[in-house]
Design a protein around this ligand. Structure first.
Ligand code: ATP
Ligand code: MG
Length: 287
């Protein structure tokens, strides 16, 4: 028996015998079986290769997921560490430098009162020193406040942003800030509030430091569990290609915004070009 296949050939009704006694049917079935075997062998080889590729892909997918988780966790740890460091630095400045300055000021005031120097030349110098000290204590408080704002503890987001704007008005009176918000009845988690607050804070810092703008618009809208934030200025703008090529790597601000928003699975976009102002846009899922 040369073939084992039970499939009928095309010559079923026309069987002829050759010299070696094999029928065309036997040739056909033999050939057919060999082809089938080859195909089956190929199929199982391809099936095996396909399975190995799928296994490889699954392995890479898992590794990728693991790396993504690791990167996210590292970024979250870095941000938590930064927030903690800010609190520590704020406390240290407040308790050490701030405390010492207040003590010096009190001492000077006491000297002023107890010795009769107010009218003479040295009295005027002491008065001047007290005035510098008062300003420095105020600035120190402002720095502490920026590092660890009380607004962040159980705060209303719009109130906290309004306070940031008040500070811009105080330090940069030439900049007009327009704040429009629509939060309807959305409940925004503390975590998301902190992200939005820090992004607006850094955006305003950048505007004050780099833009030379005289008008800023802030838009904050929360709808259907999505928060939209836009901060735009009409200042000098900058070449954002520098962000891609890494020439702005020295700064932490924009990178920090991107990381914070990325951790909430939001989107962040910077639009700017020299002379055309800057616009930051973000969407953040509220969950
Ligand atoms: N609103 C803006 N107008 C003009 N240029 C800007 C503006 N925002 C950012 N830039 C440019 O982008 C650069 C990167 O900003 P980023 O906030 O990352 O760093 P930085 O402000 O220089 O430093 P850091 O935030 O770490 O104190 C800035 O140095 C500045 O050149
Ligand atoms: Mg900055």
């Amino acid at each position: 028996m040369l073939g084992t296949t039970m499939n009928p050939g095309p010559f079923d009704n026309d069987v002829s015998t050759d010299e070696v006694g094999l029928t065309e049917f036997q040739f056909y079935t033999t050939e057919h079986t060999v082809t089938e075997d080859v195909l089956n062998a190929r199929r199982s080889r391809h099936g095996f290769e396909r399975n190995s590729i799928l296994l490889e892909l699954e392995k890479y997918r898992k590794e990728n997921e693991h790396l993504r988780f690791f990167v996210q966790k590292t970024a979250q740890d870095a941000i938590n560490a930064m927030e903690n460091d800010r609190k520590t630095v704020a406390r240290e400045i407040h308790d050490s430098i701030g405390g010492n300055l207040t003590a010096i000021k009190l001492f000077m005031e006491f000297r002023m009162d107890s010795s009769n120097v107010s009218s003479c030349e040295s009295g005027k110098s002491i008065e001047q020193i007290i005035s510098y000290l008062t300003d420095t204590i105020k600035e120190t408080r402002t720095i502490c406040h920026q590092l660890n704002p009380r607004e962040l503890e159980g705060f209303e987001l719009t109130d906290a942003i309004s306070k940031l704007i008040n500070r811009v008005n105080q330090f940069f009176p030439g900049i007009q800030v327009d704040f429009e918000f629509k939060l309807s009845d959305e409940v925004i988690s503390e975590k998301i509030k902190t992200v939005v607050y820090r992004v607006v804070q850094e955006a305003l810092n950048n505007i004050g430091k780099h833009s030379g703008a005289d008008a800023v618009k802030i838009r904050l809208i929360a709808v259907h569990n999505l928060i939209w934030l836009k901060v735009e200025d009409n200042g000098c703008g900058f070449d954002i290609h520098g962000l891609e090529t890494g020439s702005y790597d020295q700064g932490f601000g924009l990178r920090g915004m991107k990381d914070r928003i990325g951790l909430c699975e939001g989107t962040f976009q910077v639009q700017s070009s020299p002379g055309k102002g800057t616009r930051l846009s973000a969407t953040i899922p509220n969950r």
